[in-house]
Ligand binder design. Structure first.
Ligand SMILES: Cc1ncc(COP(=O)(O)O)c(C=O)c1O
Length: 405
């Protein structure tokens, strides 16, 4: 029996760190739902319009357009740019499947470009190297709420006349050089799915500073409604219940961000005590939201202990950190087997697509052994004791690592 809980010792925390209940709600959400129910207007109406205005102002955007989720928002954006069969869209590989699926849903080809090691976000140089004469759009993801290098990405995109969709599903309230993300590119996309900073069960929103794209996205969202020309599209509206709940969730957002950032700052400060887990933030990032931050685990400073074993040992001590995105998207069966469905006509048009040789080395190393993230944002809703306990547990694992290597 050793000192570490994983070898039979006493854990730092007797009961595993409780994941706080998320989403959070109180009577205000119930009142909002009742108000909509009583109003008789359940389909998209004034609640949606009011929330769109609030969110646009918050994200420093001229327009915000609600939709059913944060995947179709990106599909609508691609449709607004006229992206379709045969076109290529560049995306990073360490992201949720939605970033690739929206591209496939319009019949286009996702092309993967490598990420930057310190933040797991699309690398502008790798983006530029992946451009071909078919490239029409790029989707940088602000993963975990850390903004991608928007200066570098916008410079490359403008030089090559490529449209930019910011996947800001995690990045409500985050800023790049004083401007909130989402309308730095051509169109931004946010999610209100159940794990996100603000929740409506499902839900999404697009942001843009372009009047024409805003009008087109509105039409594309709703059967082509009010479009001056016919549009082949669908119905991706948000209902009034979701928007009413979002207005309440929004009223708590900044206080919650402040609380999470307080805890995150404490964690990052104490992290300096540990030689072997590093954190680097671009100074042009002027606001985070405490969703997650990406850290680098250096196995050699833990006597060669693999990251996944480290996370297991930490869990036994009662604390959870995650690796998240342990498989670059292109390695998934969808891509390897090209199971893209009958409507994906690219290869029928004679364009050869092969994901078996794709390799983004930085992303692969991060995914396999280096990347860890601190909690999920709702863990950061806890108190300072939780943060100190987590750091103490990391130190304990490192000090007794010879028990498990
Ligand atoms: C990075 C990223 N992009 C897009 C989405 C899609 O959002 P939704 O679930 O609202 O469709 C998610 C998560 O759900 C996500 O994590």
């Amino acid at each position: 029996m050793g000192k570490l809980a994983i070898t039979g010792g006493t854990p730092v925390r007797a009961t595993p760190q409780e994941q706080l209940v998320w989403p959070q709600h109180d009577q205000a959400e119930c009142d909002a739902l009742a108000r909509v129910a009583d109003s008789g207007q359940w389909q998209q109406g004034p609640e949606v319009a009011e929330f769109e205005e609030m969110f646009a102002a918050y994200q420093h955007a001229q327009h915000a357009i609600c939709a059913s989720n944060g995947t179709v928002t990106m599909e609508i954006a691609l449709r607004a740019f006229g992206v379709g069969a045969g076109d290529e869209v560049i995306i990073p590989p360490l992201t949720f499947c939605a970033t690739g699926l929206c591209v496939l849903m319009v019949g286009a080809v996702p092309v993967f470009a490598d990420v930057e090691r310190h933040n797991s976000n699309l690398c502008p140089k790798a983006f530029e190297a992946a451009i071909t004469d078919r490239t029409r759009a790029v989707i940088p993801v602000h993963i975990g709420g850390t903004p991608a290098d928007m200066d570098g990405i916008m410079e490359v995109a403008r030089k090559h006349d490529i449209k930019v969709i910011e996947d800001a599903a995690h990045a409500h309230g985050c800023e790049w050089k004083g401007t909130r993300v989402g309308a730095i590119g051509d169109i931004g996309s946010f999610s209100f799915q159940s794990e996100k900073m603000m929740v409506s069960g499902d839900g999404g929103i697009m942001t843009t500073n372009d009047d024409d794209y805003a009008a087109l996205c509105k039409s594309l969202r709703t059967f082509g409604y009010k479009s001056p020309k016919p549009l082949m599209t669908s119905n991706w509206r948000m209902g009034e219940f979701q928007a009413a709940v979002l207005k309440v969730q929004f009223s708590r957002l900044d206080d919650q961000i402040a609380h999470k950032m307080d805890n995150l700052d404490r964690f990052l400060d104490r992290l300096k005590e540990i030689d072997g887990i590093t954190y680097e933030m671009d100074e042009r990032v002027t606001r985070l939201n405490g969703y997650t931050v990406s850290l680098i685990y250096e196995a050699e400073k833990f006597k060669g202990l693999h990251r996944d074993k480290f996370l297991e040992a930490l869990k036994a001590e009662g604390y959870t950190m995650t690796a998240s995105y342990t498989n670059p998207l292109y390695k998934g069966r969808l891509y390897q087997e090209k199971a893209f469905g009958a409507s994906w006509v690219v290869e029928k048009l004679g364009q050869k697509v092969d994901y078996s040789n794709v390799c983004c080395p930085v992303a692969e190393k991060l995914a396999a052994e280096e990347r860890i993230t601190v909690g999920h944002h709702y863990n950061l809703m806890g108190d300072k004791k939780d943060i100190d306990g987590l750091v103490d547990a990391i130190i304990k694992v490192q000090q007794n690592v010879e028990e498990i290597v």
